[in-house]
Design a protein around this ligand. Structure first.
Ligand code: BGP
Length: 493
């Protein structure tokens, strides 16, 4: 078995983590714009101004003091404000993607460029023009955009005024926003993803230490509103253009049982249902699964759900499944010596796996396993829209970057995808995360890098922003040119 001829090889980014230009082109503020920089040991904060005008900061799981409003404050570094300046440099970056032979590029639209506050009647023309230009640039090189409609950047205004996705109001906003972009970019975009890692709300309780129990019910409510918004968007997309292909996007961390104790097995199963499958099941199958009642009961959820919502969910099933896959996680009911964290996950350490310098498990077999699980469950084409190794790279004096560790990680995962295709999985694309270095979502750092392209930018915002090709750049070009057949390092030829 080979990778299919039209396999979508490419890379992935998101507007908030790469564009910068946070005040340009009429853009409004989003939730991303009030997130400070952090490190592995220092968390990222959300900044606010309280009702007496006193500045403050809080963790995402904390509750804003009464009367306070999230705000950009003096004296903090907000890495998303400038990011890697894709906003001005997209032509140069897309040219480099084309040089690697990209067939696809996953990116997101910052909704706040289109509807700055989210409530406007008319879209912001400058924002529409910016993305049109980006899509035209991609078209020039025959690169298919895969567009995430919301990637962790709800307009701040909607959060402040209505409580964000905890309000039904956001469904209306999303309806207007998606209708605009589906009409606007007809003929330029074919693949759409409604929400990045939609299950992030459902897994809060599993990876954020001391997550307040009473917040969990709100998470499931916000998830419901997103499901409905997504289903309506799928329906709308198909009405506007029958060729549109719309996917859900789930952070898929397979939960392994640490031991063969049946109690561990059951715990792992529950964790996947509550945090992952509930999303895929609703979005791909059009209704809440049988175990949803159990979840709502456990977390005291009294779901605001109308008959119309249920009808929308039924009629708005996604066409494809897309996932981020970085690692697996281990679940147990027993006491363990050490825990490890990863992408939206936390669990016991797996003695059979290696861990990256950021402590994320590296498990290519887990990707094959996950693809089989997802395909068996949904029988829809799958794209792995995020995968990769975040680590620190060194820019040498001669402008080279030697990153054999990244090549090793990627080639093991590509080999695993090929095995999954052999198994019979309908895998149609692969866009590794952060194909160009960008700001890390969890740490807010620049030095946690994923790219094939090095961007000269430091944690404190200094640096030339110049782009350099890493060794993995040439390796990936060869992988794409051989349609995934040649995964060897040059030295191995
Ligand atoms: C996913 C997000 C991405 C990206 C990635 C890597 O959850 O969808 O936005 O950031 O994780 O994570 P990090 O940047 O924290 O290493």
């Amino acid at each position: 078995m080979k990778f299919p001829d039209n396999f979508l090889w490419g890379g992935a980014t998101a507007a908030n983590q790469c564009e910068g230009g946070f005040k340009e082109g009429g853009k409004g503020l989003s939730e991303s714009d009030v997130k400070t920089a952090g490190t592995v040991s220092e968390p990222r904060y959300i900044t606010y101004m309280d009702k007496n005008g006193t500045p403050g900061k809080m963790l995402p799981q904390e509750t804003l003091p009464k009367g306070a409003r999230r705000a950009v404050l003096e004296g903090y570094h907000y890495p998303y404000h400038d990011a890697i300046d894709f906003y001005h440099r997209y032509k140069e970056d897309i040219k480099l993607f084309a040089e690697m032979g990209f067939k696809a590029f996953r990116m997101s639209i910052a909704g706040t460029r289109i509807y700055p506050k989210g409530i406007e009647e008319k879209p912001n023309q400058e924002g529409l023009d910016f993305y049109r230009d980006v899509f035209l640039e991609l078209k020039k090189y025959n690169i298919e955009p895969i567009v995430t409609i919301q990637h962790y950047d709800t307009p701040l205004y909607l959060i402040e005024e209505f409580g964000g996705w905890n309000s039904r109001k956001c469904i209306e906003y999303f309806d207007k926003y998606t209708t605009t972009i589906f009409n606007e970019y007809k003929g330029l975009v074919k693949y759409w993803i409604t929400f990045n890692e939609i299950n992030c709300a459902a897994v809060n309780k599993d990876f954020r230490p001391n997550y307040p129990f009473e917040k969990i019910k709100d998470d499931y409510q916000s998830l419901h509103y997103k499901f409905v918004a997504s289903a309506r968007a799928v329906k709308k997309a198909h009405e506007i253009d029958r060729d549109y292909i719309v996917g859900c996007m789930i952070a898929y961390n397979p939960a392994y049982s640490l031991t063969c104790d049946p109690k561990d097995i059951l715990k792992a199963q529950k964790q996947l249902q509550e945090g992952t499958y509930i999303c895929g099941d609703v979005m791909a199958q059009g209704e809440y699964p049988y175990y949803a009642q159990q979840i709502w009961k456990k977390y005291n959820v009294e779901l605001d759900c109308t008959e119309e919502d249920l009808a929308d969910l039924k009629e708005g099933c996604v066409d494809i499944i897309t996932i981020s896959y970085y690692m697996s996680t281990c679940v147990t009911t027993h006491k363990v010596e050490s825990t490890v964290s990863g992408n939206l996950s936390m669990g016991a350490k797996n003695p059979y796996l290696q861990y990256s310098e950021y402590g994320w498990a590296m498990d290519p077999d887990g990707l094959r396993y996950s693809l089989n699980e997802l395909y068996a469950r949904y029988r829809k084409p799958i794209i792995v829209v995020e995968n990769g190794l975040g680590c620190q790279d060194k820019l040498e004096d001669d402008g080279t970057v030697h990153d054999p560790y990244r090549i090793e990680y990627l080639r093991n995962h590509i080999a695993a995808m090929k095995q999954a295709i052999d198994d019979g999985v309908d895998l149609i694309g692969y866009t590794p995360w952060g194909c160009i270095d960008l700001v890390s979502a969890s740490t807010g750092e620049m030095k946690k890098r994923y790219g094939f392209i090095y961007v000269d930018r430091n944690n404190d915002g200094t640096g030339t922003l110049n782009r350099y090709k890493k060794d993995s750049f040439n390796w990936y070009r060869k992988v794409i040119a051989s349609n995934g057949e040649d995964l060897a390092l040059d030295a191995e030829h």
